[in-house]
Design a protein around this ligand. Structure first.
Ligand code: SF4
Ligand code: SF4
Length: 358
């Protein structure tokens, strides 16, 4: 049985909370090289609460530096490498720790991760080179898989725009989920520290609503940390396909009663689910049906930047007249365009009729 530690924290008490977690989990980094892997995946500012807060990443960095000088921070935004540092810059980390930020979007290599879905995956070299990985995701919802936290954040091991291509090449949402689990199995983080000071509820991963929670959640088993977070969201982890599959594959306990949860655990009242999961009968597993919803466009928010089509859509489903137009026949509902639209102009709307037909 692994331990998951939940600590009340705000930005002022953050460093103390991280130090205590290092002590409680007996983190020993002496002589080790460390990669801190936040979620800096989308080109949006901190006010959206879609990214790991740079102050949390900095506090983790400072705690690491007490033990070792070999520490880098790195993530792979989902866009092309040419724009990676622009996206990273929007997180605010370069103001706090530019000397420690490494553009891991450069220097990738194809690696056999033992997956039947995509056998040779294009990973950042640092993922395999370092001795110790600290996963520092945001607690947030996700329109495709329900929760984006410890397991899903590791999709950022994959270099840049390759992630969008794998949405298409994997062939289905269930197979894509298996790829996420295979990445987790290939290089499970040694430690997971989740930024839940301000989480995201509703239509995550990029354009949901900030939800102040005031906690840091940590553990060595990322799957079990995800189980605890899902329970805090008021959601039965067994109804979330990604977690059910992880449990079936032996990654840990899905029953929160069988996880040693310490500290300030609480169930958050009325935590809003993503629209794709919100109104669904819990007995009906919607997982594959979610992919029948196409994104919608709010023209008032659209600034005609074309980032949704030129860089984001792996299916070449987006063309442009004045505004982007999505071809419903080509669209595979991966929601990459929704994630990477900087204005939140594309969104996913729950369509009752789709689920009634299903
Ligand atoms: S929908 Fe978003 S990404 Fe696409 S053109 Fe409009 S603002 Fe740009
Ligand atoms: S239009 Fe959007 S949701 Fe559809 S395939 Fe392209 S990126 Fe994915």
């Amino acid at each position: 049985m692994s331990r998951v530690i939940v600590r009340n924290s705000d930005f002022e008490s953050l460093r103390g909370a991280i130090d205590r977690i290092f002590q409680d989990l007996e983190v020993d980094l002496k002589g080790k090289s460390v990669l801190i892997k936040p979620n800096f995946g989308a080109a949006v500012g901190p006010e959206k609460s879609a990214l790991t807060d740079a102050r949390v990443v900095k506090a983790v960095l400072d705690a690491c530096l007490e033990q070792t000088g070999e520490v880098i921070i790195g993530d792979n935004p989902g866009n092309l490498d040419t724009r990676a540092m622009h996206t990273i810059g929007m997180s605010g980390i370069l103001e706090l720790a530019s000397d420690f930020y490494c553009n891991i979007s450069q220097g990738g290599q194809f690696v056999d991760i033992g997956s039947e879905i995509i056998p040779r995956v294009f990973l950042s070299s640092q993922v395999t080179d370092v001795d110790y990985v600290i996963n520092v995701p945001k607690m947030k919802t996700h329109v495709l898989c329900g929760l984006s936290c410890c397991i899903k954040n590791l999709y950022g091991y994959v270099v840049g725009a390759q992630k969008a291509r794998y949405h298409l090449e994997s062939g289905s949402l269930k197979r894509l989920t298996q790829l996420w689990l295979d990445l987790y199995k290939y290089r499970a983080p040694n430690l997971n520290i989740v930024d839940a000071i301000v989480a995201m509820e509703g239509g995550g991963p990029t354009h949901g609503k900030p939800r102040p929670v005031g906690k840091i959640v940590a553990g060595t088993n990322g799957f079990e940390v995800d189980v605890v977070l899902t329970t805090m969201m008021g959601w039965d982890p067994r109804t979330m396909k990604m977690l059910e599959m992880a449990c079936e594959q032996g990654l840990g306990e899905i029953d929160v009663e069988r996880i040693e949860v310490e500290g300030d655990f609480e169930i958050l009242p009325e935590f809003e689910k993503p629209p794709t999961f919100a109104a669904i009968d819990p007995k009906f597993n919607p997982y594959e049906e979610i992919v029948r919803i196409r994104p919608s466009l709010d023209e008032e928010k659209c600034v005609l930047c074309r980032l949704c089509g030129d860089e984001s859509c792996p299916a070449e489903a987006i063309s442009f007249e004045e505004y982007p137009i999505i071809d419903p026949e080509k669209c595979i509902s991966c929601y990459c365009c929704v994630e990477f639209c900087p204005e939140g102009a594309l969104f996913v709307e729950y369509d009752k009729e789709i689920f009634e037909i299903a």
